[in-house]
Every structure is written in C-alpha cells, then in structure tokens.
Design a protein around this ligand. Structure first.
Ligand code: GTP
Ligand code: MG
Ligand code: MG
Length: 305
C-alpha cells in the first residue's frame, strides 16, 4: 500500500513523504532524553563559576588581589540575568562566581532543570562578553571565556540562608588571605613562595595582625565589595529628585549572615511578595549614576554610596 502511495507522489511531494517515514522510524531516540524536572517546593540555586579564571585573570592582567572592573562586569552580567528572569529573588556574587536563587514556587520552564540552568548560564556568559568593553575599555578580550554551572535544591528557608552565608563566608576567608598574601609580596617584598610559607597555619586574627602591625592596614577599612561580595535585590525606589517610583536591581555589599539583613528584606523568603519590593534605605552610587544624579564632586553623595 505504502509503495503504491509513494509512486503516486510527485517530485515536490517526495521530501514530505520521506520526513514522515523518518519520524516514525527514528522517533524512538527521543525516549532516551531524561526527564529533569526538579523537585517542587524547593529553593533552586543556579551557581555559575568562571572556567580557569586563575589563567584568565592572569592573561588579562587583572589587578591583584581584586580588580574592581572584573567584579563590576560580573555584577553587570548578573543584573542582566536577574532582569530577564522574574523569579530570581536574590543573587550573590564574589570572585568569578554568581549564585541565582529562584523562588521555591517558580514554574519557570515547568521547573526543567537543564532549561533553567543553561539559559541562565548562556545569558550570563554572553552578557559578560557583551559588556566587557564597558569595563575594560583599553583591554582587548583575548579569548572567549566560559562558565560552568550547577543546580542545587534547598528544601528549607534555613538551608537557603545557610547556602548564601556559606558563599559570603568563603568570600571573606579568601579575601583576607588574598589581601594579606599580596600585601606581603607587593609591600613586603616577599616572593610568592615566601608569602605562602608566612601564611601557612595562620588564623584570621594572625592575618589581621600582619596587615595592621607590619603594614598599617586595618582590614576593616578595606572596600565592602571585596569583603562581602555583592548581593542583588529587586526593589522599588523613589527618585530622590522627581519623587517618581522606579524599579531597580540594587547592588548591596553588606552582611547577609546575621538576622538584620533578613529582617530588612523579608520579602526574599516570602513567596507571596511582589517581584519588586519597596526600598527606603540609601541608594548606592551605581543607582545614582543610573538615575543621572551622581556628581563625582559631591562628597555627600559619595558617603551615601
Ligand atoms: N587578580 C585577580 N584574580 C581574580 C579576581 N577574581 C578572580 N580571580 C581569579 O580567579 C580565580 C577563581 O578561583 P576558582 O574559581 O577557584 O579557580 P579557577 O582558576 O577559575 O578554576 P575552575 O573554576 O576550577 O575552572 C582566583 O583564584 C583568582 O586567580 C580578581 O579580581 N583579580
Ligand atoms: Mg573558577
Ligand atoms: Mg570561583
């Protein structure tokens, strides 16, 4: 029957007939695809991390221990991701990594893990490349960077808080180590190996002591973005001049381990809250620049930022 049917087909119709046959014959391979819908009612974390950024930062001559341009570029790419996906309620970034937290009730892509993870990763990566020249004006991007990503599910509010606390504690530990390490080299004239030996077996208090006693540096006075990383929150703000309401993604560099942060930003864990929540605190410099009301010479503004 099929044979007779096929001989009746004109040349134009032939490709269509072949494709119907292909579908029935090869379709079974679709069943090899695995269902990767993530567990309901859990916080979804997508964490991305730069691949071989030790080498990438070296090749692009990032300042040591922290290059503010690199961190701001990471933040810019993360803001792009967060504005695209409405169910991301908080993001946290430090060094070459960013974590995106999706509300536990999100139905984004029907909670298909690989869809969520790959879209977030590829938008982050393309944004990192796209915005590169805004932050490294004089520096050419030498090769295409890439980021790995993973998805982690946290069933309780305590778990998600502890996850974010873990990343911020990691930021603090690494930054204290790196700041002391590079101070010993850059200001103390030690070699890399000597600095490593000097720090071997030391506690946080010892590193603070080395910085203060040997170099007159009070670690507490280092920039907050280096010590605390960056928290991104969606907030509705009031324009300081026009009084108009605006929705912004607010970068904050503050402690998220203690209860104060969670009391002030209780909407993060409240699944019924609106996407953008009222913010009555000070506006960081980035937002003032965005609103075109930041004056470089304005000391008062600077102290707010
Ligand atoms: N100089 C400098 N280096 C940075 C900065 N931020 C990140 N890095 C580098 O990026 C690395 C990030 O660490 P990891 O993610 O653990 O290591 P990695 O080299 O990216 O390796 P994989 O993530 O395993 O691929 C740090 O060790 C630094 O070498 C920065 O602001 N300045
Ligand atoms: Mg890395
Ligand atoms: Mg890393």
């Amino acid at each position: 029957m099929l044979k007779v049917f096929s001989t009746l087909l004109t040349h134009i119709e032939r490709p269509l007939y072949t494709s119907i046959m292909a579908k029935s014959k090869f379709e079974y391979v679709k069943s090899f695809e695995i269902e990767d819908k993530v567990l309901p009612n859990c916080w979804i974390v997508v964490r991305i991390d730069g691949q071989h950024f030790h080498k990438f930062s070296d090749k692009h001559k990032f300042e040591k221990p922290n290059d503010i341009r690199a961190l701001k570029l990471m933040n810019k790419a993360a803001i792009r991701v967060m504005s695209e996906f409405k169910d991301i309620s908080i993001s946290y970034g430090q060094s070459d990594e960013y974590s995106f937290v999706l509300r536990k009730d999100t139905q984004l892509y029907n909670r298909r893990g690989s869809k969520i993870m790959t879209y977030i990763n590829s938008l982050f990566t393309s944004s990192y490349v796209y915005y590169w020249k805004e932050y490294f004006e004089d520096k050419k991007l030498l090769y295409p960077p890439s980021f790995d990503s993973r998805i982690v599910l946290y069933p309780t509010d305590e778990n998600i808080r502890d996850y974010l606390s873990w990343r911020q504690a990691d930021c603090h530990i690494n930054n204290l180590y790196n700041t002391t390490f590079w101070t010993l080299i850059q200001k103390g004239g030690l070699t890399n190996v000597e600095a490593e030996q000097r720090l071997c077996g030391t506690f946080s208090s010892d590193k603070n002591e080395i910085l203060f006693t040997d170099f007159g540096i009070n670690y507490n006075n280092e920039d907050e973005i280096y010590k605390k990383g960056t928290i991104l929150l969606k907030k509705r703000i009031t324009h300081p001049r026009s009084g108009k309401k605006r929705q912004v993604i607010l970068p904050l560099h503050e402690d998220l381990i203690g209860n104060k942060f969670w009391a002030l930003n209780s909407e993060i864990l409240d699944i019924k809250s609106p996407e953008f929540y009222e913010w009555n605190g000070d506006l960081p410099k980035e937002i003032l620049i965005q609103l075109h009301i930041y004056d470089e010479n304005d000391e008062k503004m600077e102290s707010n930022g």
